[in-house]
Structures are given as C-alpha cells and as structure tokens.
Design a binder for this molecule. Structure first.
Ligand SMILES: NC(=O)c1ccc[n+]([C@@H]2O[C@H](COP(=O)([O-])OP(=O)(O)OC[C@H]3O[C@@H](n4cnc5c(N)ncnc54)[C@H](OP(=O)(O)O)[C@@H]3O)[C@@H](O)[C@H]2O)c1
Length: 331
C-alpha cells in the first residue's frame, strides 16, 4: 500500500528520481561527466519505450544502433530523432530477434563496422496471444524475449569487454523485464516446457520470459564480476505504459482491470526513464545484477533472486545454443 501511494504520488527514491521522472530529467546530469562518444545498441527501438530511449540517448550524443525487423519503421524513428537532433548518429541494421540466424547476421554486420560498444539495451518485447513457434521451433514469446536477447548478448559480450578495457569506460547491459515476473511460480518455471509448451497460457509465457530476463542479468553479473570485466548488467521494470505490447495484452483482461491499470499508466517518457537512468547515470557505480523500477533499486521476486535457478537456466540456455552450434562450449 505504501509502495502504491509512493508510486502514485511520484515520491522520489534514493536516486533523487521516482515514478514521475522522465527520461530527459534523469539524463540531465549524466553525460557532462562522460567525455567520450558512447555507442549503444537498443533492441525494440522502432516503437514505444525503446524508441523514446533511443531519442533521449541520441539527444545526449550517444551513437545509436537500431537492430530492427522492420527497417521502414526504423527509418521513420531515425528521421524523427534527427529532426530533433540533426547531429545524431543512428545506424539501422536488420534483425529479427525471434530468429537465431538473423541475430547471428546482425552481430556479424555490426562487428564488421569496427565500432566500439558501450551499452546494450535488451528492450524488445513480444506478447504472443496464441501458441506460435519461431523458425527455430521454439515458443515465440520465450524465443524473442529471452533466448534471442541471451544469444545477442553472448555474441556481443567480447566486444563490450574489449571496449571497456580499451576506453576505461564501464560497459552496461540492461535487460528490460517486467513486474509481471512476480506472477511466476517455481513449479511452472521449467525450461523444456518454455521451449515447447504442452498447454499454452499467453500471460504465463510472457511472465516467464520476463523472469528469465532477470535471472539472465543476475547470472551474467556474477560471471562478469568473477572475470573482473568492467561491464555491468542490470534488469528493470519500466512501468506500465500504453504501448503496443500493453494494447496486445489488454485484449486478455477485463474492463475493470483495464480501468485500474489506466490509473497506474506512465507516459512513454516516464516509461523510458529507468532504462535511461541505468544506462547513463554516473551514480550507478559498479551496481550489477540488480533490479530497478522507477529509477531506483527495487526488490524482485524470491524466485528471481534464486541463484540456483539462475545458474540452472544459464546452463540449459547455453546447452541449447551449443547443441545448435551457435555458441562454442565454454573451455
Ligand atoms: N509497456 C508496458 O507497460 C511494459 C511493462 C513492463 C515491461 N515492458 C517491456 O518493455 C519493453 C518495451 O516494450 P514496449 O512497451 O515499448 O512495447 P512495444 O511498443 O510493443 O515495442 C516492442 C518493440 O519490440 C520489437 N520487437 C518485437 N518482436 C521483435 C522481433 N522478433 N525482432 C525484433 N524486434 C521485435 C518491436 O518491433 P516491431 O516494431 O517490429 O514490432 C518493438 O520495437 C518490452 O520488453 C516489454 O516487455 C513494457
């Protein structure tokens, strides 16, 4: 109750920001402390929270790479950002996150540009109403939201670690998750069933993929710390924002719940604030493996904090990719 009142009133947390802070506000004091030109990859930047994140980062001088399955939509976002920030450098490359081959092709295209990589924002999201399979024969929501981002991160990690070592600038990976991860029960969180469910529940599949995003961030953070890499990884809930994904989801919930949700809605700029804060704030320090909401550290579910589950998910995921020869086994 106290948390809801704090949210509705927009009371600021220890970071100095709260639920009503906008992406522009949280980045105001960020880049003056950074001397170098940063490069960021933002998935799902063709609409909603990702497009706003790209706009605000570009306004702050960050070079933006947008991997998109729809290059026409991406070109419209690029044009609109450059209308506001004519000097913004925005590179569009094709990528369908639900296809392992497409992710491989994107990574090879990006790496061949010879650019550094400081920030990776795993933001794209899918809510699949029906049971659909990706071209790799994996349930579509899990393939897009979790496996696709896991593969993308693994393929770009070497470049991020190298950039951080060469530039002395901390690399940051951000997994955009959701508060809905709290709905997942341990007994339902089963890797083989998420790959290929016998019975499908769209909300469960979405919530499980968002829990997997947090577990991924936590296990990767442990591995990066153990390897002394100057790269952090955190997960976050952006808030409830009336974007494409919420419009998809609304078809599945009653009018009364819709009414309650409408009271909790953030604007797009408020929805992009936590991502921009975690991506750019100098006050983040070496915080890694944490979960954020409303621009502050926030508790996630007990299951999301379970180290054994995180390690198990990591190993099962790596095994899936090594079996398909998409990743090399770890030596
Ligand atoms: N909105 C909310 O209330 C809310 C709440 C909690 C968490 N989130 C999370 O916030 C993130 C951003 O969502 P949003 O609200 O901004 O939704 P959105 O407006 O629907 O944007 C989703 C983005 O993901 C992209 N995408 C989906 N499938 C893709 C694929 N196979 N390959 C490449 N890109 C793909 C979409 O690209 P196209 O343009 O090609 O469709 C779009 O750019 C998601 O991870 C979502 O789960 C949102």
């Amino acid at each position: 109750m106290k948390a809801t009142a704090k949210y509705l009133a927009g009371i600021e947390g220890p970071s100095g920001y709260g639920s009503k802070s906008t992406a522009e506000q949280v980045t105001q004091d960020c880049l003056c402390s950074m001397q170098s030109h940063l490069t960021a990859i933002i998935t799902g930047a063709t609409s909603g929270i990702g497009a706003e994140t790209a706009r605000v980062l570009a306004k702050n001088g960050v070079r933006i790479i947008i991997p998109a399955r729809d290059l026409i939509k991406a070109a419209e976002v690029k044009e609109s950002i450059q209308n506001e920030s004519p000097a913004a450098e925005i590179i569009l490359l094709e990528m369908d996150l639900s296809s392992f081959a497409s992710i491989q092709k994107f990574c090879s295209d990006f790496l061949s540009l010879g650019l550094p990589l400081h920030i990776l924002i795993n933001n794209a999201g899918k809510y699949s109403h029906r049971l659909e399979y990706s071209e790799d024969k994996i349930e579509m929501t899990f393939a897009t939201n979790y496996l696709g981002h896991f593969l993308l991160t693994e393929m770009l990690l070497g470049k991020m670690v190298e950039t951080a070592a060469e530039s002395g600038i901390q690399g940051r990976i951000i997994n955009v998750s959701s508060v809905i991860h709290k709905w997942v029960k341990k007994e339902d969180f089963c890797f083989s069933k998420m790959l290929n469910p016998k019975s499908y529940n769209a909300t469960q599949a979405y919530a499980q993929s968002k829990l997997a995003n947090i577990l991924h961030a936590k296990e990767l953070a442990r591995k990066l710390k153990a390897g002394n890499a100057n790269v952090t990884v955190n997960a976050l809930h952006p808030g409830i924002v009336n974007t494409g994904i919420i419009r998809d989801y609304k078809g599945f919930i009653s009018d009364s719940i819709c009414f309650m949700i409408s009271k909790l809605l953030k604007s797009i700029s408020q929805g992009a604030a936590t991502t921009c804060y975690v991506a750019l704030s100098p006050h983040m320090g070496v915080v890694s493996g944490n979960y954020f909401a409303d621009c502050n550290e926030s508790p996630c579910s007990v299951l999301a904090n379970n180290e054994i589950e995180a390690r198990k998910l990591w190993e099962q995921t790596r095994h899936t990719f090594t079996k398909r020869q998409l990743l090399k086994p770890l030596g």
